[in-house]
Write a new protein. Structure first.
Length: 319
């Protein structure tokens, strides 16, 4: 029997997104006056080292916010070149190694801003992920707001990712990676999940990482850090997040750049700019945070004035 053809659904543009649509040209003009525009094909590999109670180094590549299909950004040639760099980074690491993805594989089909861009290029992404799976490298991921908000995510995109070896973690699902626990947590963006963090997560604390192993929490929205810091305070915790795109502006730049960056973060639902760092540290709770600027952007997002990034992480023994 032939599979029924998917008829892509679209979402009408909301009032907040309409304001972004009309406000973004001005923000982009101001951005060009104060910052250097970053070409989307320019990707940086950031290197991060952490110390934890492990006996041997553990190697991780972390990416987030792929936004597959964005015109002029995440199209076929960039998908292929990005995953070539990801594969080279993985091959340059010793085993054990793993690829972690922080959500927003696709674009919300917001009419008339996005015309099913992710459908056009998704097969290219599947081909590249399948190549990594064929190397024997596990791939773990969580969902972002553009994923779960897409009407076709569960019936089309998510099953195809699972077919090429991507394990999409359910809330609080725990996967063992050698001496590390990797726990997936839901995206904080939605009201339903904010209620989950406030009312349900506190009761799950005793069951999360009861083994006391060093833990990586993988989630999409950086605001989750405020809830994770109180989980097993004596255990090493690394929180990997995306969503913010680091505002698209240089938060350490001139006063206007900082102002525009803070406005962009508030529009993305990120109230605390300190969570939007590659080096967030809370030593009192043994907590470290790494927020990724992501690989690409949604068509509604502002132009980039910071570099897209792939993160090469090494968890080293204390001694």
């Amino acid at each position: 029997m032939e599979q029924e053809e998917i008829k892509p659904a679209q979402i009408p543009i909301s009032l907040p997104d309409l304001l972004k649509f009309f406000g973004s040209p001005l923000m982009n003009i101001l951005g060009r006056l104060i910052s250097e525009y970053r070409e989307p094909n320019r990707i940086v590999v950031g290197k991060h080292t952490y110390l934890a109670d492990v006996s041997t180094p553990h190697h991780i590549v972390f990416i987030s916010d792929l936004h597959i299909g964005t015109p002029g950004d995440m199209e076929k040639s960039k998908i292929e070149s990005t995953f070539q760099l990801i594969t080279e980074t993985l091959k340059g690491q010793d085993f054990p190694k793993i690829l972690l993805i922080g959500g927003d594989f696709i674009n919300l089909p917001i009419y008339p801003v996005d015309n099913h861009s992710s459908f056009r290029e998704f097969r290219t992404l599947l081909t590249e992920l399948d190549k990594i799976s064929a190397l024997g490298i596990p791939i773990l991921a969580v969902e972002g707001n553009h994923d779960t908000g897409h009407p076709d995510w569960r019936k089309y995109f998510r099953p195809l990712l699972q077919n090429v070896g991507v394990t999409i973690l359910d809330p609080c699902e725990n996967q063992q990676f050698e001496e590390l626990n990797i726990i997936g947590l839901p995206d904080y963006s939605t009201n339903v999940n904010q209620n989950w963090y406030n009312n349900y997560l506190p009761y799950l604390r005793p069951t999360l990482n009861s083994s006391g192993c060093p833990t990586i929490y993988l989630t999409h929205h950086p605001s989750a850090i405020n809830y994770i810091r109180y989980l097993n305070s004596d255990v090493f915790k690394l929180v990997l997040t995306g969503h913010s795109h680091h505002s698209g502006f240089n938060l350490n730049g001139r006063r206007l750049s900082k102002f525009l960056g803070r406005m962009a973060l508030r529009a993305a639902g990120v109230g605390d700019e300190h969570l939007v760092r590659c080096d967030y540290v809370d030593e009192a709770h043994h907590l470290y945070g790494l927020n990724s600027p992501g690989i690409a952007r949604h068509p509604l997002h502002l132009k980039r004035f910071i570099d897209p990034m792939i993160h090469a992480i090494e968890i080293q023994p204390y001694s």
